[in-house]
Design a binder for this molecule. Structure first.
Ligand SMILES: Nc1ncnc2c1ncn2[C@@H]1O[C@H](COP(=O)(O)OP(=O)(O)OP(=O)(O)O)[C@@H](O)[C@H]1O
Length: 654
């Protein structure tokens, strides 16, 4: 019996004009185009089964018994789209009414935009995107027949000229033929290019050619050149059937940025002309044609599968198998990622194509439920740049730490085995890295006061390195109480490990093992001018250490953590960069997450997992952490690897 198809939920209203559509539409934006009956279909007496009802609705009434069988007796169905263009709609009407102009503007603003045409073979996908391009090699297409691509190019170039900013446009064009990605712009015979994945770019094609253009003629000629290289064949339903999926991408980037890596920092507008789904029986394909048809159908099936999964509510989504085909890999970002997608479903009105038409309509209905999270690439780039800058600073600090581990301030010679293993070293770096991040936060918090010049007058140039300034001493109460520095104020170049500095290693009993000439207290502020025989003696006999011990009882009274290497600078006053042993630093609450917050002893739990067979990392709460407390219960000394923060927020980071 007859059955009326349910209208698709939440049907969007048709756009009222060029600017009517919402500029940022996170859902794929299905638009329907119904082509006219072809001469062959008319001659054959095929009936028209698709009728536009207006307001984005289309009605399919199946009178063909063949169609009824295929859809289990479903004769009637109404579907809703954001816009429906029937057989009489002009190419211009499709461009203006589909939201294509807005998509171009979004690409210019740095978003990743994709328009893809899908539908049965011979349904008018290529015609909608490119017009009758390539169907006549001798005559150029009339301007009225130009497709979405050429109209978008014009719009892009107009936009790029009208925007004062320095924007450059380039294009790449590839096809996926029998699961091989091939560059359509590279000269020479087509060869398969590798498809790779990177965190910043997602899936991308390696060694793909990208050609810069400045005029409409140039980009249209690229389009023509690529389309002529694209695989097409004739079959029963289409004399110019595309045998591959083609992706033409326009990259909008800031002039001067590298053309080789257009993935990051650019807006993109990608036109995807999918190969049409086909029933081999109907197209009469055999041999190579049927191999191509199988490959096309398989990749379209993978695309359909991804779309069905993406259409589920976010909470109920399972893994999206983008890797099932090259097509889904390349469309991953547009479908479910940070892109904005316009889908153009193309159908034939012929009763003979009913089954395929209904399949396309259901496919489009599913796709409209997919949501993406559009993110402008330029904004993404700024975020990444900030992150890179922070990481570079961190890297520098880590290099300095590594430098300190080398003998006599030298970097270890190449080929020296990593200490104690590469993993151990890395793990320590993770700990240090997190602590330094913590220290950096404090430094950043203090920076405004420092840059305001509040303490500027107190800084003194280092006698060894005039470019370096010692920190303002009055910022830290501990430094204020200490006697004046000996020969010269310290600077990051002199301290903490000058060539004549010596290391001590902390033993399980809490005593210092003299492995060198110097050690420092937990604040890094009480650098001692002479060699201690034992820490107690240092505190007792040395005025610097005594002052520090009075100010912060317990800090200098105990040993460090077992296995720690402590340094002492013979030059007197330390750098200002020092780590607190305080239980609660006022800035701790500003830390971004619990893993960055030091423990009560001022240590940070590393994010690196413990490695079997290796001792606990120095910052970890293990046996080393427990031994880090002095026998009287006060927190013990911290080694340089824990330096970075002062109890007094007034003390600056070097
Ligand atoms: N809206 C239209 N108006 C007039 N002719 C059209 C229209 N759409 C398609 N055609 C004609 O229909 C035929 C098939 O169109 P086209 O090649 O674009 O189909 P296709 O979907 O790209 O097919 P395939 O998937 O096999 O490549 C062409 O001859 C084309 O000129």
């Amino acid at each position: 019996g007859e059955q009326r198809g349910r209208p698709v939920e939440g049907r969007e209203t048709a756009p009222q004009g060029p600017r009517a559509a919402t500029p940022l539409r996170p859902r794929p934006h299905p638009t329907l185009r119904v082509r006219p009956l072809t001469c062959t279909e008319t001659r054959r007496g095929d009936q028209q089964v698709v009728h536009s009802l207006g307001d984005g609705a289309v009605h399919v009434s199946a009178t063909s018994p063949w169609g009824c069988r295929a859809w289990g007796g479903l004769h009637d169905a109404t579907f809703g789209f954001s816009a429906v263009f029937d057989a009489g709609a002009s190419q211009e009407a499709v461009f203006e009414g589909s939201g294509m102009r807005q998509l171009v503007e979004l690409a210019m603003d740095g978003f990743s935009c994709t328009v893809f045409a899908f539908g049965q073979t011979g349904s008018g996908k290529t015609y909608t995107l490119m017009g009758p391009l390539g169907q006549s090699d001798t005559q150029p297409a009339s301007p009225a027949l130009l497709g979405l691509m050429q109209r978008s190019f014009t719009c892009l170039l107009e936009q790029s000229r009208s925007r004062a900013s320095d924007l450059a446009l380039s294009a790449s064009y590839l096809e996926i033929y029998n699961e091989q990605v091939r560059d359509l712009l590279s000269p020479g015979p087509p060869c398969a290019l590798p498809l790779r994945w990177s965190k910043s770019r997602g899936f991308y094609v390696e060694n793909q050619l990208s050609v810069e253009f400045e005029s409409l003629e140039a980009i249209v000629s690229l389009l023509l050149q690529g389309s002529q290289r694209r695989r097409t064949s004739a079959h029963a339903l289409n004399r110019h059937s595309s045998r591959s999926h083609a992706l033409l991408t326009i990259h909008v980037r800031t002039a001067g940025s590298p053309i080789q890596d257009p993935g990051v920092g650019t807006g993109t507008l990608c036109f995807v002309d999918l190969a049409g789904s086909e029933r081999v029986k109907e197209t009469g394909s055999s041999g190579e044609l049927s191999v191509e048809a199988n490959s096309i159908n398989r990749s379209l099936l993978a695309l359909g599968h991804c779309i069905s999964l993406l259409a589920k509510p976010r909470g109920k989504r399972t893994h999206i198998p983008y890797r099932d085909s090259k097509l889904t890999r390349l469309l991953a970002r547009s479908l479910g990622g940070s892109g904005i997608t316009l889908m153009v479903a193309c159908i034939s009105p012929s009763s003979r194509c009913l089954s395929e038409t209904l399949s396309t309509l259901h496919y489009a209905s599913r796709a409209r439920r997919v949501t993406t999270r559009p993110l402008a690439n330029r904004k993404l780039l700024q975020t990444l740049e900030r992150e890179i800058h922070a990481l570079q600073l961190e890297n520098l600090s880590l290099r300095q730490q590594l430098y300190r581990h080398g003998p006599a301030g030298q970097l270890p010679p190449e080929g020296t085995p990593a200490w104690p293993s590469l993993y151990g070293l890395l793990r320590d770096f993770v700990v240090e890295n997190e602590q330094m991040r913590y220290g950096k936060l404090v430094g950043r918090a203090l920076q405004p006061a420092i840059t305001a010049g509040e303490h500027a007058h107190t800084t003194q140039p280092c006698t060894h390195h005039p470019a370096m300034h010692a920190p303002p001493t009055h910022c830290c109460p501990l430094l204020q109480k200490l006697p004046p520095a000996s020969s010269h104020p310290s600077c990051p170049q002199c301290c903490p490990v000058p060539a004549d500095a010596t290391m001590f290693e902390v033993q399980p009993q809490g005593s210092l093992w003299r492995g060198g000439k110097c050690w420092t207290g937990g604040h890094g502020s009480a650098w001692l001018p002479s060699l201690p025989a034992a820490p107690e003696a240092v505190v007792r006999d040395n005025p610097w250490a005594s002052a520090a011990a009075q100010e912060f009882p317990g800090v200098l009274g105990g040993g460090g953590m077992v296995g720690e290497v402590l340094f002492m600078c013979p030059h007197g006053r330390s750098r200002g960069r020092s780590r607190s042993l305080s239980q609660q630093h006022p800035l701790q609450r500003e830390l971004p997450g619990p893993e960055r917050v030091p423990s009560a002893e001022g240590r940070v739990i590393p994010s690196a997992p413990p490695w079997p067979g290796l001792p606990e990392p120095r910052g970890e709460q293990g046996s080393a952490g427990r031994a880090g407390r002095a026998s009287d219960g006060h927190p013990a000394l911290l080694s340089l690897s824990h330096v970075g923060l002062c109890t007094d927020p007034g003390e600056m980071e070097t």
